[in-house]
Write a protein that binds this ligand. Structure first.
Ligand SMILES: C[S@@+](CC[C@H](N)C(=O)[O-])C[C@H]1O[C@@H](n2cnc3c(N)ncnc32)[C@H](O)[C@@H]1O
Length: 264
């Protein structure tokens, strides 16, 4: 062992010994000891690591779109519960800007923040249909929605972000339960479908089946909340691992909770 390495190890040993001997009950020192341990302990063998819960291969926005710095964005900083993140609005807007979809269907309107930003970045003649569950139907849904998402349904208004906006004419708001809504007038017409309604496993399966009927060949489906809702993660993992070729190209967009599929 050369002298420099010996001196380094000696220094580390002295620090650990000092921290352990002098301040075993001091929280700050204990924290430092933990940090030193993590720094110098051998890496965890791959076999001991917990199983990766995300089964979708990753892509990223740089791979999916030529970035346009002149996106039109509104209300991106105003996020919070029920909204997509600031970065996610930008990613969705970049994708809309890249794909130039003329027909878009959104499941789950909420305040309409993503709806509006899709309207801002789609072609002038694009039409967006956005579906929301009215609070009056909360207890009559076909399947059980998650308890923790009821607050997004129980709101006094839906779509307030685009109401009265100059681009509101691009948006058609419809209401109903996504599991029983009659999508037939829109079948095979949609260039883009954004799924962000109920996050319960059964709903994600059902909304995905409906999205596959809505989208035209070559169209795109986006799902929100792949990384943060167990129901969405499990449903998309199951679809990806089912061996069904439709889902072969299902991907998770890195740095977001969004999953993407181009339907061939
Ligand atoms: C997380 S919010 C959607 C956020 C919105 N897409 C955005 O990007 O700002 C979920 C929305 O889905 C709606 N929703 C929940 N269950 C639904 C169902 N079964 N059918 C239709 N909409 C549903 C809720 O009312 C709520 O407005």
């Amino acid at each position: 062992m050369n002298t420099a390495l010996f001196t380094l190890y000696l220094g580390v040993f002295k620090r650990i010994a000092r921290t352990a001997a002098l301040s075993p009950f001091d929280a700050q020192e204990r924290h430092r000891l933990g940090e030193l341990y993590a720094l110098y302990s051998p890496p965890t063998p791959a076999s001991d690591l917990p199983e990766d819960p995300y089964k979708l291969p990753k892509t990223d926005i740089l791979e999916l779109a030529h970035l346009d710095k002149n996106l039109l964005l509104e209300g991106v900083n105003e996020c919070g519960f029920g909204h997509v993140t600031e970065f996610e609005v930008k990613v969705i807007s970049q994708l809309v800007n890249q794909l130039q979809p003329r027909r878009i269907f959104e499941i789950g309107t909420f305040q309409g923040r993503t709806t509006l930003n899709m309207a801002l970045n789609s072609p002038a003649d694009a039409q967006i249909v956005t579906l929301d569950l009215p609070p009056s139907e909360l207890n009559q849904t076909q399947m059980q929605i998650e308890k923790t998402e009821e607050m997004y349904v129980k709101k006094t208004e839906s779509g307030e972000r685009f109401k009265g906006h100059p681009l509101a004419s691009k948006i058609t708001q419809v209401f109903g339960d996504s599991a029983t809504y009659d999508y037939s007038p829109y079948h095979h017409q949609m260039d883009l479908v954004f799924i962000d309604g109920s996050h319960a496993y059964e709903y994600v399966l059902s909304d995905t089946k409906n999205a596959l009927q809505l989208v035209r060949k070559g169209g795109t489906i986006l799902w929100h909340d792949y990384t943060n809702w167990e129901g969405v993660r499990r449903a998309l993992n199951d679809y990806y691992q089912s061996g069904n070729p439709v889902f072969r190209n299902l991907r998770h967009i890195g740095g977001t909770s969004i999953a993407v599929l181009t339907v061939s």
